[in-house]
Design a protein around this ligand. Structure first.
Ligand code: SF4
Ligand code: SF4
Length: 504
């Protein structure tokens, strides 16, 4: 794999063009069982062309943004070098404008006057099976990160076009196995992992024991506790894998020390909503309705989301439309609220005692996750989604250094595994797509000796733990922000090193 890693001097270096470099790369296509479970046809339907054009017409009719994005591009070129997959692969079809044109050219052919009568003049083309295959390939080389849209003078959002293309493909029988299988598990079991309630309960009990062993304090991680004030909805990775689990321990300590009652739900034991990735609103709604039902059944007053990038985008931007109104919740708190908003509020109130030296073995930087940075907000101030995570980090960590400004905040670079691409069949793309972010990280390592990077997205954390070793870092160099909080917080009654030394 080493020879496949792009050799970049600067994170935003424009690569030499490699026409067709990623042409054959496609994730596994969903089988009939995974397709039909979501209401899609099991295989390519005989009248696929008619169905695809019908779906496109419906989108142009019902989704004004879709039509505007397809109609307004002036080919100014401002977006061409803004995609991490183009920077990492050099394939010109990974330039955002070229990616859009894969669909725009078909839209023009069938839905515009010029395209119908003079297709050669306006780059319009017929919809063929080869075009469908090209869509499947290149619309699964877009992580829906929205970086390109920040630089487009018209605000054209390639992510929306990618979602539309994936939705059309699923409707004619070509869905993606990875995302569709996961959505099916959420519908039947309640989480992406297929972790049943009993196993979840046993896992949480083990984690309670871990906290007590570490601190000497009994901290609960309640499951399905009726009448709790807060429902925590968090990515299921937080229940079983490093570094996610350490983040969950951090949430538990924060809730414990703040003295609030909270619970996890076994029915809605997943924050992730892959309905967003496949561009299907019905699936997004079904997944979101599980959260509403869990909140109603448990009688909670608040919903707080754990560290998950796209889940926070769906929650912050769409939850009320998809599953609202949430008039049964306490209106004095944000609906929904992010765990970082909760923690930062409590830090400002002086609720916690921290020993920042517990993180002194770390020299840290922070990766802004795309969906948090460019598709949501936190707190009451503009830019809160950038400041609040950094404020929390600086409250618990002495050695913090930002990466190059052109690669952070609204200009952040995707981890390379978002948008439903976190699957082994796309590993080559994931490694190459991570190279701009890894190059920015290497620069801050050279300049400031940075050893670790923190993130607040389960996909980023999983992706980085896989690709960082290919760039010379340990797999545990990626951390949860609440893992840092967990390291530094001193619980009331906790045995500290000082107390232990006194006892000795
Ligand atoms: S949304 Fe992100 S991944 Fe997709 S084309 Fe734009 S920059 Fe690339
Ligand atoms: S920046 Fe916008 S208008 Fe310019 S080429 Fe890209 S998508 Fe088209």
């Amino acid at each position: 794999m080493a020879e496949d890693i792009p050799n970049m001097e600067d994170a935003l270096d424009i690569p030499c063009l490699k026409v067709g470099a990623m042409e054959g790369l496609k994730p596994f296509i969903a089988g009939a069982d995974h397709q039909e479970a979501l209401g899609f046809p099991g295989e390519l339907v005989p009248n696929w062309k008619e169905k695809a054009l019908e779906k496109m017409a419906e989108m142009a009719e019902t989704n004004r943004a879709f039509q505007v994005y397809l109609d307004t591009c002036v080919k100014c070129g401002a977006c061409t070098d803004k995609c991490h997959y183009f920077l990492g692969t050099g394939d010109p079809k990974n330039m955002p404008v070229a990616r859009q044109d894969l669909l725009r050219s078909v839209y023009r052919r069938y839905f515009t006057f010029a395209g119908k009568y003079f297709p050669w003049l306006v780059g319009a083309r017929d919809l063929t099976e080869d075009v469908l295959q090209e869509w499947y390939s290149y619309y699964h080389q877009c992580s829906e990160c929205r970086r390109c849209s920040v630089f487009c003078p018209y605000g054209i959002d390639t992510a929306e076009i990618t979602m539309a293309a994936r939705d059309i493909l699923a409707h004619v029988g070509i869905g993606q196995k990875y995302s569709n299988e996961i959505i099916g598990k959420v519908h039947t079991v309640g989480n992406n992992l297929g972790l049943p309630a009993k196993a979840l309960g046993a896992t949480l009990e083990d984690l309670e024991e871990d906290i007590e062993d570490e601190t000497g304090v009994s901290v609960r991680i309640p499951l399905d506790e009726k009448g709790a004030d807060i429902l925590l909805v968090t990515p299921s990775a937080d229940f079983f894998a490093e570094p996610h689990i350490d983040g969950l321990l951090g949430y538990a300590k924060v809730f414990h020390e703040a003295g609030v009652s909270w619970t996890v739900s076994s029915y809605a034991s997943e924050a992730a909503n892959f309905g967003l990735f496949i561009g299907n609103q019905d699936q997004m709604r079904e997944v979101s309705l599980r959260i509403r039902k869990a909140a109603e059944d448990l009688g909670v007053k608040r919903i707080i989301f754990g560290e998950c990038g796209h889940a926070w985008r769906v929650a912050y931007s769409f939850l009320d439309t998809l599953a609202g109104p949430f008039d049964f919740l306490d209106q004095n708190y944000p609906i929904p609220q992010h765990i970082l908003e909760f923690t930062w509020d409590e830090i400002q109130k002086g609720t916690f005692k921290f020993d920042k030296s517990k993180n002194d073995h770390i020299r840290l930087t922070y990766h802004d996750s795309c969906n948090v940075a460019r598709a949501s907000r936190m707190g009451d101030e503009p830019g809160g989604q950038f400041e609040i995570p950094r404020n929390v980090i600086k409250s618990v960590c002495n050695n913090y250094f930002d990466m190059d400004r052109d690669t952070t905040r609204e200009s952040t670079l995707c981890c390379g595994g978002g948008g439903g691409l976190l699957t082994d069949d796309l590993m080559d793309l994931r490694v190459k797509g991570a190279s701009p972010r890894m190059t920015a990280l290497q620069q801050v390592t050279e300049d400031h000796g940075v050893t670790h990077m923190a993130a607040i997205c389960a996909i980023c954390k999983t992706q980085f733990s896989k690709v960082m070793p290919k760039y010379g870092y340990d797999m545990d160099s990626i951390l949860s922000v609440h893992q840092l909080v967990s390291n530094a917080i001193i619980l009331t009654g906790q045995e500290t090193d000082d107390a232990e030394e006194d006892n000795d």
